[in-house]
Design a binder for this molecule. Sequence first.
Ligand code: AMP
Length: 284
Amino acid sequence: MSIRVIEQVRAMQAWADKVRREGKRIGLVPTMGCLHEGHLSLIRLARKRTDVVVVSIFVNPTQFGPTEDFEKYPRTFDRDQELVEQAGGEIIFAPGVEEMYPPGFDTSVTVARLTKGLCGASRPGHFRGVTTVVTKLLCAAKPHVAVFGQKDFQQAAVIRRMVRDLNLDVEIVTAPIVREADGLAMSSRNAYLSPKERRDARVLFQSLEKGEKMVRDGEREASEIIAAMKTEIEAKPAARIDYVAVVDAETLEPVTHLKGRALVALAVWIGKTRLIDNVVLEEK
Ligand code: AMP
């Protein structure tokens, strides 16, 4: 079966209504395209949990800051179509910017506390863009299940909160981070890296591994872990730290002494490319 591309919200809703009347369960995987194995793992997971999978491909302008990479974000629609089909998706929902934000558009959805720190602190307005567009995508595709990657841990936490707070009738599922052979988390933005930067980019995962090892060896002070990770990252000339943080995995508030489930998260510039990664540590 070949894939169907839907560009209009109304047509997406009509398809979802029909499929729901047939008693089928819908899965949604929101993406900005330029698909890689990370995205495909989400599609496969959605397919396991539902009967039909919609993959949205929308480079959402409202989640990019004025100096960020919206214009040059990689767009590879033809290849994406093939990959969605291979991974078991049925529909690509690919609305244009005007379709999602027609003239006069004036509403946004905000999650307050969870968006204060981490990426929210360095990218003002980013999460408002994300929560607003995800709400619109949920209203368009009417999924039973929506799948998000742990790679964007804060995003998944914010969306879970929003779904709970607004009583949205959808189950949010998160999928593990898919990595390259050398540990670098897959990301559409890895395409920006020069060969030398690509090598330096390994330091994100290496520093997370270092932090993990310190904890395994008994270290519990977040400041010690953060300092050691920063030293490792700063040794790479192309790397510039945005943040390295140890936070509670539920509240995303900084922790000083490790206890329970903690998230070690970082954002690092490699040249002109900002990359993120994280690991969850379970303390017994
Ligand atoms: P994006 O297209 O970057 O907005 O990502 C779309 C979805 O794919 C988000 O839920 C991301 O968290 C998820 N994702 C991106 N990269 C990865 C990865 N390496 N492993 C797992 N999920 C990912």
